[in-house]
Design a protein. Structure first.
Length: 365
C-alpha cells in the first residue's frame, strides 16, 4: 500500500496528535489514580479505594468516545476538562494555595485536554470531508477489511493498553507493600521504642484520630486552640484572623486535656499528654511491626530510613483513613509540619483538615 500523500497526512495529523495526547493524559491519570489508591485508599472499606480511579476511567471513556466519534468526543473533552480545571483552580484560590505549581499540576486535565479537544474537532472535520469526497469505510469482503485485527484497531489497543501497563507497573511496586502490612488489631496505648525515642502513643479515642461529625479530623489550629476558652472546637475569640502558634499547641493543645489513661478529655489541663514533634514521629515510624530506623535532618522532605516505613501497627491504624500525622512543629506562621506513614515530611495550612490528616498524642513512658 503506498504511503499517504502529504495532503492526506496533513489532514490526518490532528487526529494522530490528539490520539497520542489523550492516551498520554489517560496514562498520567492512571499513574496518579493507581498510586493514590494504594497510598491513600488501601485499607478503607470497599469500594472506597476505587474512587481514586474515577479520573482515569473518565479519561478512558472520553478517549474511546473521541476515537469513535471525534466531534462528540472533542466537545465532551473541552467541556469536562474546562469544568474540572475551573473547579480545581477555584478550590486552590479559596484555600490560598493557588500558584504556578498548582497550575502545572493540573496541566494534564487543563492544557492537554483543551488542546486534545480542539484536535479531535479537527479530526471530525477531516472525516466529514473524506465522506463528502466519496470515501466509505471498508465493508465485509473488501480487501481493507481483511487487514490484521491489531492494525485495524491499533488506536483502541493503544488507548486501553498503555494505561493498563501503567496500572500493572504501579501495582507491581505497591501491592507487596500493602499486602504485607502488619495489623495486630490492638488500638490501645502503645509503647514504641527505638532510634533514640521512647514514647507511649495514645489509645483509640479523643487522643488519636478523633473523627468529627463532618467526616474529617481536626485541623492543626483546632487541636492547638482546644483549651482556649470556651474549651472545645468552637469559635475562639481573638483568633478569627490569625492562626495558632507552637506555643498554643504546647499550652492549650487538645493533648494537654487528655486523661491519664488517654480515654477522656478533661475540663482542666492535665499536662500528661502532648503533641509529638516531627522528629519524634519520624523516629517512631514502623515496618513489619518494628521500628523502621528513620531520621530527619530538619529540612529534607523525606526521612532517611533503614527500611521503608509502612502504615502498620503499633503506630498507625491500617484500616482507617489517616495516612498523615500532624506534628507539634510549625513550618511558618500559617503552616505546620505533618508526617506520612512512608517517611515523607511536608507542611500544610494550619486550618487544613481532611480525612487523611490525623494525629496521635504521646507521653513519656
Amino acid at each position: 500500500m503506498p504511503p499517504p500523500s502529504p495532503t492526506k497526512l496533513k489532514r490526518r495529523l490532528p487526529g494522530y496528535i490528539a490520539t497520542g495526547l489523550v492516551i498520554l493524559t489517560t496514562s498520567l491519570w492512571t499513574l496518579w489514580g493507581t498510586a493514590e489508591m494504594y497510598y491513600e485508599g488501601w485499607g478503607l472499606p470497599f469500594p472506597s479505594p476505587l474512587a481514586y480511579l474515577i479520573p482515569a476511567v473518565t479519561c478512558l471513556a472520553l478517549t474511546l468516545t473521541a476515537l469513535t466519534w471525534p466531534r462528540l468526543g472533542g466537545w465532551l473533552i473541552l467541556l469536562i476538562g474546562g469544568a474540572f480545571t475551573a473547579w480545581w483552580w477555584g478550590l486552590a484560590v479559596t484555600r490560598g494555595q493557588f500558584s504556578l505549581g498548582r497550575v502545572l499540576s493540573t496541566f494534564p486535565a487543563s492544557g492537554l485536554l483543551f488542546l486534545t479537544g480542539v484536535l479531535f474537532l479537527l479530526e471530525g472535520r477531516h472525516r466529514r470531508q473524506r465522506l463528502a469526497e466519496g470515501w466509505a469505510p471498508p465493508r465485509r469482503g473488501d480487501a481493507m477489511e481483511w487487514r490484521p485485527y491489531l492494525r485495524r484497531n491499533l488506536r483502541y489497543v493503544l488507548a486501553v493498553g498503555f494505561p493498563l501497563l501503567v496500572a500493572l507497573g504501579v501495582s507491581a511496586y505497591y501491592a507487596p507493600l500493602v499486602l504485607t502490612r502488619v495489623d495486630d488489631g490492638d488500638r490501645g496505648a502503645r509503647l514504641i521504642e527505638g532510634h533514640g525515642v521512647a514514647l507511649v502513643w495514645a489509645p483509640k479515642g479523643p487522643g488519636w484520630n478523633w473523627k468529627q461529625p463532618w467526616g474529617g479530623y481536626p485541623s492543626w489550629d483546632m487541636l492547638a486552640l482546644y483549651g482556649v476558652p470556651p474549651v472545645g472546637f468552637g469559635e475562639k475569640p481573638g483568633y478569627e484572623a490569625r492562626h495558632a502558634s507552637a506555643n498554643d499547641m504546647a499550652t492549650t493543645g487538645l493533648c494537654r486535656y487528655l486523661s491519664e489513661d488517654g480515654s477522656t478529655l478533661m475540663a482542666e489541663r492535665q499536662d500528661i499528654w502532648r503533641m509529638p514533634t516531627a522528629e519524634e514521629i519520624v523516629r517512631s515510624l514502623v515496618r513489619g511491626g518494628e521500628n523502621a530506623g528513620c531520621t530527619w535532618d530538619g529540612e529534607s522532605e523525606k526521612a532517611l530510613c533503614e527500611r521503608l516505613p509502612n502504615k502498620e501497627t503499633p503506630l498507625w491504624a491500617p484500616d482507617e483513613a489517616p495516612i498523615y500525622y500532624w506534628s507539634a512543629d510549625e513550618y511558618d506562621e500559617g503552616e505546620a509540619y505533618y508526617i506520612s506513614y512512608n517517611g515523607r515530611v511536608s507542611w500544610q495550612p494550619k486550618d487544613w483538615g481532611n480525612p487523611r490528616h490525623g494525629y496521635r498524642c504521646v507521653r513519656e513512658p
